[in-house]
Design a protein. Structure first.
Length: 158
């Protein structure tokens, strides 16, 4: 039986993407700052220790960039792409988060009204809410698309 989520207890600012789901903030693996600008480079990391995996999601919170890990190239470096095969480089000195690629159907808060194109949870249906008002939207989604979304300051809540 379906249920409606009415109160969020944890949230994440959404970086819209046509190819990458909203990661579940409770599945965060790492938070740090980059030390280079090729893929993702972090001189303080030990990426080969098994803590991150190919397919995990990277959020560059400094520059609103989202990417997937495509290779662990060394202890301190990861290769990334946009989820559709296009390489992504995270800028030097950027704050980043790494999450498992597990999605648990977030509900949304929209800070700035506009069109909101989403992939609905469970069905994968692609819907556009034209002129979505700012405020809480009790719809369960996997993804907020960058194409077709003009709403901004979107927060995913669980």
């Amino acid at each position: 039986m379906a249920y409606q989520k009415l109160q969020g207890i944890i949230g994440l600012a959404v970086i819209p993407s046509d190819f990458i789901n909203i990661p579940n903030v409770s599945d965060q693996k790492r938070s740090s700052v980059t030390t280079g600008a090729s893929g993702l480079t972090d001189g303080t990391a030990t990426f080969t220790d098994g803590s991150v995996k190919i397919g995990d999601i990277v959020y560059d919170t400094s520059n609103s960039v989202v990417a997937k890990i495509t290779a662990i190239t060394s202890d301190t470096a990861l290769a990334l792409d946009n989820g559709n095969g296009v390489a992504v480089n995270i800028a030097n000195a950027a704050n980043y988060l790494i999450f498992s690629d597990t999605n648990k159907a977030a509900v949304l808060y929209v800070g700035v009204s506009g069109d909101l194109r989403v992939e609905m949870a469970y069905t994968g249906q692609d819907l556009t809410f034209v002129g979505a008002a700012n405020g809480y939207h009790p719809i369960q989604v996997n993804k907020v698309f960058s194409t077709g979304t003009t709403a901004a300051s979107i927060i995913a809540l669980w």
